[in-house]
Design a protein around this ligand. Sequence first.
Ligand SMILES: [Zn+2]
Length: 358
Amino acid sequence: MNTWARPPRQEQRRADHDVTEVAPGVLRLQLPVDMPGLGHVNCYAIEDSQGFALIDPGLPGTTSWRNLLDRLGRAGIPLARVHTAIITHSHPDHFGGAIRLAAETGARVVTHESFRLFWETDELHEHEDSAALDLNEVEAAEEFLDHFRGLTPWGTVRSEAAPQLTRLMLEERRPNQRFPTLRPDLALADDQPVALADRDWFALHTPGHTHDHLCLYDPTHGVMLSGDHVLPTITPHIGGWQPDTDALADFITSLQRVAAVGDVTVALPAHGDPFTDLAGRADAIVDHHRQRLDHIRSSVRRLGTADVVAHMRLLFRERSWGVMAESETFAHLVHLAALGEIDRVESDGPATFAPRHH
Ligand SMILES: [Zn+2]
């Protein structure tokens, strides 16, 4: 760490208690989170004649739930008036609070149609049996963690299994449940309208940060709920986790898509402050990735045949090394391979890439 640490990014700031109106009929409630690079998540409350919809009601677990109740109290919103939870994507700081919200209020859960919790695999459901429901807390936590151990998609051993997050998830288990689940009551297709605050918002499927990311656009007031797709001062992480996808290509296409939406007066991100120049910010993030691609092109020339970790070490400063940086690097390498600029070498070991020989 250098001693002149740069000022904290907006997304890193601790959650403010104050509730503010950030667009017509839209309140910003900040909930504390403690994740790499993030100090709060914005939960937006949108009022209509039926009550309130909450966008991204925060982390799983009792602490975050109490913070949500505190902010709702400050906003003068009785819990019973919350009728909908909208989730921008399948990361725990966004969907976690919706599990208890749906259970306690019967709120309907709205997501993009591709939404899926990362532990919800068919394989897991096939193995669901009554004996597994008798697991005690420690056994359940171990089994949950096991699900995240093993190999990353780029073939390295995954060591960071986020035990703290696992504990929070397990706090959301209902009796007779092995792991918590969250299934949408309304799964939105791209471009589908949804009525909130007595006006129509349009679902924009914006894959890249995750495969299931959703932005919502209100053309009446030019409001874009941008989730983690476009953040004001940090570049969103690209999830390189889906097999056989070029997540960076998806991300760039999704950024160009929101940049092309005319008449956006304010973007409301899931972390950090509202901002006005959505197109400019989306373009800047695309540029950032084009520069990273150039960086990797030169690493490929330097390293020759090399795996993801070797590339990551050239792309990132040492303090950032780890599974997130590997994932980010992998997404860029997969993109260059999809463009036909480099080759992915067939091997049983870690994913390896090589310069293309013409
Ligand atoms: Zn987030």
